[in-house]
Design a protein around this ligand. Sequence first.
Ligand SMILES: *[C@@H]1O[C@H](CO)[C@@H](O)[C@H](O)[C@H]1NC(C)=O
Ligand SMILES: *[C@@H]1O[C@H](CO)[C@@H](O)[C@H](O)[C@H]1NC(C)=O
Length: 370
Amino acid sequence: MSLRHIALFAAIAGVTTGIYPYFDTQDFIYNIPKVFRISITLDKLLEYYENKPSKDPEWYIAVELARGQMEYVINELDKSVPLKLKENLQNLTRRMDRIRNNTDVGRFVYRSKDYEYVAKALLDNMASVADALEPLTLGTVGTQKPYRFGFEQYVQEARTKMPSRQAADACMMQMLLTVLDGQTDQSDTCELTPECSQQLITGSALAFQQTTRIRAAVLARHFDCLDAMDLPAHIYKLCIQVYKEAKSLEAWDHPAGTRTLFMQQINYCATQGYGEFIKPRWMNKILAWQEGRGCYADERQPFMRLTGFVGPASGAANPDRQEEYKLKKAAESAGGTCNSLSSAMALGSLVVYVRALLESDQAFQYDILE
Ligand SMILES: *[C@@H]1O[C@H](CO)[C@@H](O)[C@H](O)[C@H]1NC(C)=O
Ligand SMILES: *[C@@H]1O[C@H](CO)[C@@H](O)[C@H](O)[C@H]1NC(C)=O
């Protein structure tokens, strides 16, 4: 175990002692077959990227976070967990170590200078960032109904929302710069300009604009930014909206290009401790979406452009793009190109499921709440 791991583990353990609030019974042993199933999926996913290293920092960040969580869960395993399952989980961590070992960080490809700064800042602080995990709590975001409107309208609505990916990268860089480059002459470090505050904090959001806000808020909390704000309450409100949205995506039968978003929603909000995101039905979907090769695929470019997250933000729908989107939809069935962000979100969400299943006998009780 490297020093880094020890630090990572210590960081996680420090924050999450007492993560087993419901550990009176051993009902969770019924979850063991599900964890076996997940571990097989994770093994295939990691094997794919062990053989084909990704140049996407998001994948690497996801592996680092998953590694920390897996370490934690293995160390806390109940005695009744079969040895074979423990071995499976340990083998997964070894694959993660080999992926890390095979990764040439110098060859990462960044979508922009701003994003490069943000990604490097995250990787440099990974040991502490990985402790953002919260214990699962029961029934916290309430019963939410899917939107009444349809997917087409959702896409139109999303176009009016902030921030775009570009703006989010710029604002995240601005925030992290003040934390990490030690502008100690100011007492009020780590604040956002009014423009960035509007982009990241205020207002409503949907789609990737919304998950981007969650990530920004989680990091802001982590780095003690925006201390005038009640960030946990802010994240809670966002996850309520996200839950509604995830249910809507499901009700619309997961339109092309939205799976990554769906897995990201589960990943971010379950990691924040919101138990409604842990559902057997959703777990089965994520497992089923794995490509035969082991990776995850999702052609989300048309979706991101249609929702205004990337590309020129214009209020009006572009008929060409609608057409392109329909074509993509039609072409989708044959099995897609491996996508590192989709794979990263699958990894992240499935590891949270492993934790939930092994750490609480109530992890899968949430379905009955709706
Ligand atoms: C874990 O990996 C080792 C070495 O590759 C292998 O021998 C063992 O069977 C694996 N364990 C499980 C439970 O798959
Ligand atoms: C990582 O790579 C080094 C050198 O290439 C090697 O000696 C070491 O055993 C590797 N560690 C793992 C966990 O694969």
